[in-house]
Design a protein around this ligand. Structure first.
Ligand SMILES: C[S@@+](CC[C@H](N)C(=O)[O-])C[C@H]1O[C@@H](n2cnc3c(N)ncnc32)[C@H](O)[C@@H]1O
Length: 201
């Protein structure tokens, strides 16, 4: 399958995302993630939160020798992701699972990944980490998107709208936990909506 198929599929994905209000990574965020992954050169990536396949396809395009597993719980988004991945000709390189990642059986995956990318329910990152961090290879890197939450996670909690406080509190706590984690070297990049990079020692 040629790059042309990937390019036209990515255009269709962007149009669909805009029309159906599907949150996919912004250009600056995905470009920064791809740069980090090009530097790392993982052979295996696990993504939590595929949506309609945009970031998985971008990673597959940037790293043709890398295998990607990704998980999406929403029925409609999962179906669209399967369709787009096939249309891009990447169904040999990307495997997508239809499941709630918090209930998914780990034995379906792995055995381990060089990189794990979390881009799912924002208040649950610590739960995803506790479950999937086990699958990170030694020296592997965990990447977490939306660590700034469009600036909300940089404000005092009293300034955050009440309905978002639990989520923002969880993000702040997770950031602090990873910064202090003895088994990881962690840095917080301001690119896009804030990408946290945690390298397993
Ligand atoms: C921001 S979108 C992902 C965007 C995608 N990574 C991209 O840039 O193309 C987050 C997705 O995570 C999914 N999600 C949230 N919690 C999940 C869970 N527990 N298990 C699986 N998917 C989940 C949502 O349905 C949503 O489609």
């Amino acid at each position: 399958m040629t790059n042309e198929h990937i390019t036209t599929t990515l255009q269709s994905i962007k149009a669909y995302a805009e029309q159906h209000h599907v949150p996919i990574m912004e250009d600056q965020g995905i470009d920064s993630l791809l740069q980090l992954l090009r530097d790392q050169q993982p052979k295996t990536v696990l993504e939590i939160g595929a949506a309609i396949g945009f970031s998985a396809i971008k990673v597959a395009e940037a790293l043709p020798d890398c295998h990607i597993d990704t998980i999406e719980r929403d029925d409609e988004r999962f179906d669209k992701a399967v369709e787009f991945i096939k249309k891009a000709g990447l169904d040999n390189q990307i495997r997508i699972f239809h499941a709630d990642a918090l209930e998914f059986e780990l034995k379906e995956l792995g055995p381990s990944y060089d990189a794990i990318f979390i881009d799912a329910a924002k208040g649950q990152y610590d739960r995803f980490f506790e479950k999937y961090g086990l699958l990170l290879a030694e020296g592997g890197i965990l990447y977490c998107d939306n660590m700034k939450m469009h600036g909300l996670a940089e404000q005092e909690i009293s300034e955050v709208p009440k309905r978002k406080r639990t989520m923002i509190r969880n993000i702040k706590q997770f950031r602090e936990k990873m910064m202090a984690h003895p088994d990881f070297d962690t840095s917080l990049l301001s690119a896009g909506d804030g990408i946290m990079v945690c390298k397993k020692k």
